[in-house]
Design a protein around this ligand. Structure first.
Ligand code: PEP
Ligand code: MN
Length: 337
């Protein structure tokens, strides 16, 4: 930590800070400047008291960390980047991975028809919520275990891997039985007990960014998973809340480029929650390729008008197959084909 003292800090105040740093278990190294004094406090914060409390001492202006707060996810740990092999498909490798399917699993014909169509168009994983996080308790909450069984049928019929959300700690074991990738949704991205429980299954985890989460907080949530023994994390940008109202969220593609540079984890984009509008999905898919994303998770429904959740943002089977074709030149330009 770097402790910056106020310009007018007295000698007694500086000495008091030095004493306090030593008392907390760190080695103080004062640097006496012309205007003000800076003290470098050397020591591992994980093993000692936090130095943040020094800010309450008179004479102290700022207390700043030298190191990043995340370590295991940081690119320095694995400069070449993680290649995550899930059912033979590599996330974080050259190939752009496509996860597609409905927002919610609604019934057998809906999930089977969608699974067959997205597979034919080139998707490698099927998404579909069986446990749905809905803003209102009066909205469709998902088919739960029944939905998981339908996903299992769709997997058996198509060979597509399954991506589905786990909403609570009590469902982790059940959902992990069916999912090839456990999705942790935006609303749960800082549910640390759930992150730890999901990590302990050892299953790959798709970690959405919370809608009001800073990038650092998102990466620290991933750090929870890695530090609990599970290195199989895919980050997913899905839009954040801003002052904008014409779109459901503001898709933060800068965060994708940054997460790719800052961490070694694969990063994918959810353009469906990102825009909340089916007509914008194709453009955001293309843009995702340009910012170095490793893939997409796209909501696709045979009849979006009748969808039980997120109807406005789901593309039809036909639109999905068209957008897969439209993306090709962009993927080629990004050397992802
Ligand atoms: C979803 O994928 O349907 C979903 C609820 O996503 P998010 O958690 O990003 O809102
Ligand atoms: Mn949705």
């Amino acid at each position: 930590m770097i402790v910056v003292l106020k310009a007018k800090a007295s000698k007694a105040q500086i000495e008091a800070v030095v004493r306090e740093i030593r008392k907390l278990g760190y080695k103080p190294h004062p640097i006496l400047g012309v205007e003000r004094t800076v003290i470098a406090a050397i020591g591992d914060e994980r093993a000692h008291h936090s130095l943040e409390t020094l800010i309450s001492m008179s004479g102290v202006d700022q207390v700043m960390p030298v190191q990043r707060r995340y370590k295991l996810v940081s690119r320095e740990t694995n400069p070449k980047g993680t290649h995550l092999n899930i059912l033979g498909h590599i996330f974080g490798g050259k190939k752009f991975q496509i996860i597609a399917g409905p927002c919610s699993v609604e019934n057998e014909s809906q999930i089977m028809e969608t699974a067959r169509a997205v597979k034919k168009a080139g998707a490698t994983f099927l998404r579909g919520g069986a446990f749905k996080p809905r803003t209102s308790p009066y909205e469709f909450q998902g088919l739960k275990h029944e939905g998981l069984k339908l996903l299992e049928k769709a997997k058996a019929a198509t060979g597509l891997g399954i991506v589905t959300e786990v909403l609570s700690e009590s469902d982790v074991d059940l959902v992990a039985e069916y999912a090839d990738i456990l999705q942790i949704g935006a609303r749960n991205a800082q549910n640390f007990a759930l992150l730890v429980a999901a990590a302990k299954t050892g299953k790959p985890i798709l970690l959405k960014r919370g809608m009001s989460m800073k990038i650092e907080e998102w990466l620290l949530s991933a750090e929870y998973i890695l530090s609990n023994g599970n290195p199989n994390v895919i980050l997913c940008e899905r839009g954040i809340r801003t002052f904008e109202t014409l779109m459901r969220n503001t898709l933060d593609l800068g965060a994708v480029a940054l997460a790719k540079a800052e961490t070694h984890l694969p990063v994918i984009v959810d353009p469906s929650q990102g825009a909340g509008r089916a007509d914008l999905v194709s453009a955001m898919c293309k843009a995702s390729a340009a910012v170095n994303a490793d893939g997409l998770i796209i909501e696709v429904h045979p009849n979006p008008k009748e969808a039980m959740s997120d109807g406005a943002q789901q593309v039809t089977l036909h639109q999905f197959s068209e957008l897969m074709g439209d993306m090709k030149p962009f993927l080629k330009a990004a050397k992802r084909l």
